[in-house]
Design a binder for this molecule. Structure first.
Ligand code: ATP
Ligand code: MG
Length: 397
C-alpha cells in the first residue's frame, strides 16, 4: 500500500489499526520501533493496544465519528481482527489507504465465501455442505459428511460457534442450537497434524512467506507452535506455502495473511481457514526470524519493500491462557515467571490484560536457541513450571 501520491508512507507518519487486542498491541510496538506514531480504534477504554498507542479512539467499529477521527489521525489503516464490519473499512478507504481491503476481509469473515475462494484458487478443503435453509439441512449427504463439525459461517474463533455431530438428528439439533444461522457442515477429518503459513503481499504483488508452523490445539485453542526445519515433511511444507501464496494472490491481497491447514495421514493437505492479519501461530517470528510478522504488517501497510524473512533459530511457542493464574484448588497466584525466565532463550510476552480468566489469551512464551534439542528441553521445562500439559514428543513426532 502506498500513500495517496503513490509514495511509501515513511516513519514519522501515523499508522492506524482497527481493534485493540494483543495483535494490535504487537503491531503498534513494531510500528513504533520503526518510528511511526500509532492510532487504535477500540470500544474498550482499557484495551491491550490502546494502552500502548499514541492515540486511542474509544468508539464502536461502526461509529461514524470514530472512523472519521481515525481517518483524520492516521495516514493508513489496517485491522487486527476479521470481524470488523466491512462497511467501516469501505468508509475509511475513501479517505485513507486501507490494507487488507474490505473485500478480502469480507471473504475471510464468512466461511461460505472463504471456502468458495479456496476452491476458486484450486486449494482443496475438507468435504462440506452449506446450510442456510431447512431444505439444505434436509438434503445433507449424511454418509459423506458425518461425523462432522457444524460451524457458523460468521463470528467463529477459538473453536466457538462449532458443534460436533454424528447423526442427522444431532445435526438438526445443532443447527437449532446455533439459532439456524448460515453454517457449513464439514466432514470430521482424521488429522495427522495441523500447520499454518504466514505470507505477506505488497501492493506491487511481491509475496514473501515464513516457514510453515506446526500447531497443536487444545480445546479448539492454539496451545503450542513448533517451527524448525524438521517440523513437517518438506513436500507438505512446500504445498502449504504454494497454496497460501495462491490464496493471497487470488484475493489481490495487501497485508499479512495466515492460512491454516490440516495434514492428513496420506500426506495430503487440506486448507482449514484463513486469517487476514498476523496470527497467534506466527508470534515466534518476533524472536526466531530477522523480520517479524508485525514488521511485515507495517511494511505492507506503509508500502515499504518486503524483505524475505529468514528464520535464524528453531522456536517453540507456548500460549499462556488465564488458566495458568489459577492453582489446582482454584486460588489465584501469578505463574512462576522468575523460574521461567531463568530458562535459556525464554522470551515472555504478556498483553497487559489485568484480569486473568480461564481460556483468555494472556500472553505467550517463545523459546529459541542454537539447537532444536536445547529449545525442546527449555520448552518442556517451561511447560512443567507453568503447569501446562507435558510436551509429549509424539505431539511433534
Ligand atoms: P481459530 O479461528 O481460533 O483458529 P476457529 O474457531 O475458527 O478457530 P477452526 O479453525 O475451524 O475454528 O477449528 C478449530 C480446531 O478444530 C481446528 O484447529 C482443528 O483442531 C479442529 N477442527 C476443525 N475442523 C475440523 C475438521 N473438519 N476435522 C477435524 N478437526 C477439525
Ligand atoms: Mg482455526
Amino acid at each position: 500500500m502506498s500513500g495517496g501520491n503513490g509514495l511509501p508512507i515513511l516513519p514519522g507518519a501515523t499508522l492506524g489499526v482497527l481493534g485493540g487486542g494483543q495483535l494490535g498491541r504487537m503491531f503498534a510496538h513494531a510500528a513504533q520501533r520503526m518510528g511511526y506514531f500509532t492510532a487504535v480504534l477500540d470500544p474498550d477504554a482499557d484495551s491491550p493496544a490502546g494502552r500502548v498507542s499514541h492515540h486511542h479512539i474509544h468508539t464502536d467499529y461502526a461509529d461514524v465519528d470514530g472512523l472519521a477521527r481515525l481517518a483524520g489521525l492516521a495516514d493508513a489503516v489496517t485491522t487486527e481482527f476479521e470481524n470488523v464490519p466491512a462497511p467501516s473499512l469501505e468508509k475509511l478507504s475513501v479517505a485513507r489507504p486501507v490494507a487488507p481491503g474490505a473485500s478480502a476481509i469480507a471473504i475471510a469473515q464468512d466461511r461460505i465465501a472463504e471456502k468458495a475462494h479456496f476452491t476458486r484458487c484450486g486449494v482443496a478443503c475438507a468435504p462440506y455442505a452449506v446450510i442456510e435453509t431447512a431444505a439444505q439441512l434436509a438434503a445433507v449427504d449424511a454418509a459423506a459428511l458425518l461425523p462432522g463439525i457444524l460451524k457458523t459461517a460468521r463470528m467463529g474463533y477459538d473453536g466457538k460457534g462449532q458443534l460436533r455431530v454424528s447423526t442427522h438428528a444431532e445435526l438438526i439439533d445443532a443447527w437449532q442450537a446455533v439459532g439456524c444461522v448460515p453454517c457449513v457442515l464439514e466432514k470430521l477429518l482424521p488429522l495427522e497434524f495441523e500447520c499454518s503459513v504466514i505470507v505477506a503481499r505488497g501492493r506491487d504483488g511481491q509475496l514473501v512467506h515464513f516457514p510453515p508452523q506446526r500447531n497443536l490445539h487444545r480445546d479448539g485453542i492454539l496451545a503450542v507452535t513448533e517451527v524448525h526445519a524438521q517440523n513437517m515433511p518438506k513436500t507438505v511444507a512446500q504445498a502449504a506455502i504454494n497454496s497460501a501464496k495462491s490464496i493471497a494472490a487470488g484475493l489481490e491481497y495487501v497485508g499479512v495473511l495466515c492460512v491454516e491447514f490440516f495434514a492428513l495421514a496420506d500426506g495430503s493437505l487440506v486448507v482449514n481457514e484463513m486469517a487476514p492479519r498476523p496470527h497467534n501461530s506466527g508470534h515466534y517470528t518476533m524472536e526466531a526470524c530477522d523480520v517479524s510478522q508485525f514488521e511485515l504488517q507495517v511494511r505492507t501497510l506503509a508500502g515499504l519493500p518486503l524483505a524475505a524473512p529468514r528464520q535464524h533459530s528453531p522456536a517453540i511457542m507456548l500460549n499462556l491462557l488465564g488458566d495458568l493464574w489459577f492453582g489446582a484448588d482454584g486460588t489465584k497466584a501469578p505463574p512462576r515467571w522468575s523460574e521461567v525466565l531463568a530458562l535459556p532463550g525464554a522470551h515472555l510476552h504478556l498483553y497487559g490484560k489485568v484480569e486473568p480468566r480461564r481460556g483468555r489469551k494472556m500472553g505467550h512464551l517463545t523459546l529459541t536457541g542454537a539447537t532444536l534439542e536445547g529449545v525442546r528441553a527449555a520448552a518442556a521445562q517451561a511447560a512443567l513450571l507453568l503447569g501446562l500439559p507435558a510436551l509429549a514428543p509424539a505431539d511433534f513426532a
